[in-house]
Design a protein around this ligand. Structure first.
Ligand code: GA4
Length: 329
């Protein structure tokens, strides 16, 4: 029997025979400067749970500053980056995702999106200038959070909910449990030799929170699952943000909006860097369908708090349907 060395074995479990996918040209495009977009936005959340936004108001400078800090961090020697490990709950992670055995061809930094969030442990990794990183992070989070709130308000308008702040107030709350994730997917040239195979960068999953806001560099890799279960590749777009409906929003709309299943495949030639803001509610918040969307309908879910959902989601595997436990039979 041939025993593979451990690193080779680790990589082996990330290699999958994945049907070739083409770039999908049907991703809904929402112009945030046009209030009429609210109808398109609702349609996109129902059909795909996914769309991209332009005229988003996030200054390019904020984006580029944080991206360059992220690139700088990921270029450090592993021994330096590991000083910020483990990502439990916040810090540096490499290949291992979550606490339950999931792996991916990715290294990342998980950070709380609440202000003044960088711990001493993380500051030390940013060596001579942690302030620069802190500033870039806070600027980016403020701008992206503002945009996420505008989207949630437009959504409420599109759903004809009287109180347009009903969703955005959860992200604006001081206790909002939101996360920022910086991902680096190194290129994986070896995969080219293995015909019809791909390297899993980040395995398929849905996000637990309310809304996710993703920005990536110009390297492809993100795929979403359509209603019929097929997978399509999302063409990268430097000037836009991609928005995911996440599990809690699916529940709050009683299943009308779909929490999108997505994954990332490693690129054989180019590194992919992405920055994702996961907008979540305060831990004690009850997650239940919004009364104004119910009008006599039965809730598909039993009532739970974000804390209960998060605890259960974080103890599951990445690909699990994390809402199943909370569905009413
Ligand atoms: C998916 C969305 C976010 O990246 C994340 C992830 C979290 C983690 O990386 O620790 C989880 C995953 C995510 C859902 C299931 C659990 C928890 C890894 C995992 C296996 C930060 C989050 O909030 O949930």
């Amino acid at each position: 029997m041939v025993l593979l060395p451990k690193p080779a074995l680790e990589q082996f479990s990330l290699i999958r025979n994945i049907k070739p996918t083409t770039f999908f040209s049907g991703i809904p495009l929402i112009d945030l400067s046009n209030p009429d977009s609210k109808h398109l936005l609702v349609k996109a959340c129902e059909e795909f749970g996914f769309f991209k936004v332009v005229n988003h108001g996030v200054p390019l400078e904020s984006i580029l500053k944080l991206e360059s800090e992220a690139v700088k961090f990921f270029s450090l020697p592993l021994s330096e980056k590991e000083k910020a490990a483990p990502p439990n709950p916040f810090g540096y992670g490499n290949k291992s995702i979550g606490q339950n055995g999931d792996v991916g061809w990715v290294e990342y930094l998980l950070l709380t999106a609440n202000r003044e969030s960088i711990s001493q442990r993380l500051s030390s990794v940013f060596g001579d200038n942690p302030e620069k990183f802190r500033r870039a992070l806070n600027d980016y989070i403020s701008a992206v959070k503002k945009m996420a709130c505008e989207i949630l308000e437009m959504m409420a308008d599109g759903l004809r909910i009287q109180n347009r702040n009903v969703l955005s107030k959860l992200l604006k709350d001081e206790q909002s449990d939101s996360v920022l994730r910086l991902n680096h997917y190194p290129p994986c040239p070896e995969i080219q030799a293995l015909k019809d195979h791909d390297m899993i960068g980040f395995g398929e999953h849905t996000d637990p929170q309310i809304i996710s806001v993703l920005r990536s560099n110009n390297t492809s890799g993100l795929q979403i699952s359509l209603n019929d279960g097929s997978w399509v590749s999302v063409p990268p777009d430097l000037s836009s943000f991609f928005i995911n409906v996440s599990d809690s929003l699916q529940v709050m709309t009683n299943g009308r909006f779909k929490s999108v299943r997505h994954r990332v495949l490693a690129n054989s030639m180019k590194a992919r860097v992405s920055m994702i803001y996961f907008g979540g509610p305060p831990l004690g918040e009850k997650i239940a369908p919004l009364p104004s969307l119910m009008r006599g309908k039965e809730s598909l879910y039993r009532e739970f708090t974000w804390f209960e959902y998060k605890r259960s989601a974080y103890s599951s595997r990445l690909a699990d349907n994390k809402l199943l436990l909370f569905e009413r039979i």
